[in-house]
Design a binder for this molecule. Structure first.
Ligand code: CA
Length: 274
């Protein structure tokens, strides 16, 4: 389990310069190593309700589920598999909670939300997403997108009809093909990754990556790798300066792993033969 001393988390959310309300929602549980970003849709109030419900349901579900799991001597793979299943279950429960809320209140019918989340545990992290919010990883000065948008335009890019640059400026770039609350079932993309010392994970709503190129985000993290608050403030400020056409949310998470990392096997071999 993670404690707040081993996982540094900074989150910012801002309505942007055009929209009167913020339908994004961010959440965290530093003790359990969880960070979440949700981008609601369905109009004022409904969008806010959906994103808040998604974040709260996921955090509560995982809190109950992970606290029940007693420490044991299973292998890291088994623990990671259990955690992946818990993440999937929590997101499916969030989907059901939003659907139920839509049925209970006429004004909330048809609301939905995207969701991205990360669950850190020592040297591993589980990443999950539905929709077009994103997770990036900053490692050794390079930014890498870890999620593939669930959008119509991404499907066109995958099929070779659009280039990444054409997709960035397409008017249809925000049509999502998956979201929570829309259907009775939801497919969740989940991956399990090794964490290395110095890694920074960035979760964001499209209000950030629509306004700022990946290269720009990479530059900001390169300049402020140890001051996450400054990096997050600067990203929100720049997204606003570049138009701020949508709500902007960004969460930065940096696990502080012990520096006594085992030497890679090839270094050990080289050392042995010297
Ligand atoms: Ca948005």
């Amino acid at each position: 389990m993670h404690s707040s001393e081993t996982l540094q988390i900074v989150g910012r959310t801002h309505p942007g310069k055009i929209r009167p309300h913020n339908e994004d929602c961010i959440g965290e549980d530093p003790q359990l190593g969880i960070v979440v970003v949700a981008d609601g849709m369905g109009g004022h109030l409904a969008g806010e309700v959906a994103s808040r419900l998604a974040v709260d349901t996921v955090l509560q579900n995982l809190k109950q589920c992970l606290k029940k799991t007693a420490p044991d001597h299973r292998t890291g793979d088994t623990v990671a598999l259990d955690r992946s299943l818990a993440v999937r279950r929590a997101i499916i429960n969030a989907n059901m909670a939003i659907q139920q809320a839509g049925r209970d209140h006429a004004g909330h019918a048809g609301m939905g939300t995207t969701l991205v989340m990360a669950l850190f545990n020592h040297h591993r992290v589980i990443l999950a997403h539905v929709g077009d919010s994103r997770i990036y990883r900053f490692r050794e000065d390079r930014l890498e997108q870890m999620t593939t948008d669930h959008t119509l335009i991404q499907e066109m890019v995958d099929r070779g009809f659009y280039s990444h640059q054409e997709a960035r400026v397409s008017v249809n770039r925000n049509l999502v093909t998956r979201a929570l609350g829309i259907d009775s079932t939801v497919a969740v993309d989940i991956r399990d990754e090794m964490v290395l010392p110095g890694d920074i994970y960035l979760l964001c709503s499209d209000g950030l990556n629509d306004m700022l190129e990946d290269a720009f985000i990479e530059d900001v993290l390169r300049q402020h790798p140890s001051d996450l608050g400054q990096a997050a403030d600067l990203l929100v400020q720049k997204a606003n300066e570049h138009g701020g056409r949508d709500n902007i949310s960004v969460v930065l998470a940096k696990p502080a792993l012990p520096l006594t990392r085992r030497m890679p096997w090839y270094r050990r071999v080289i050392k042995f033969w010297r």
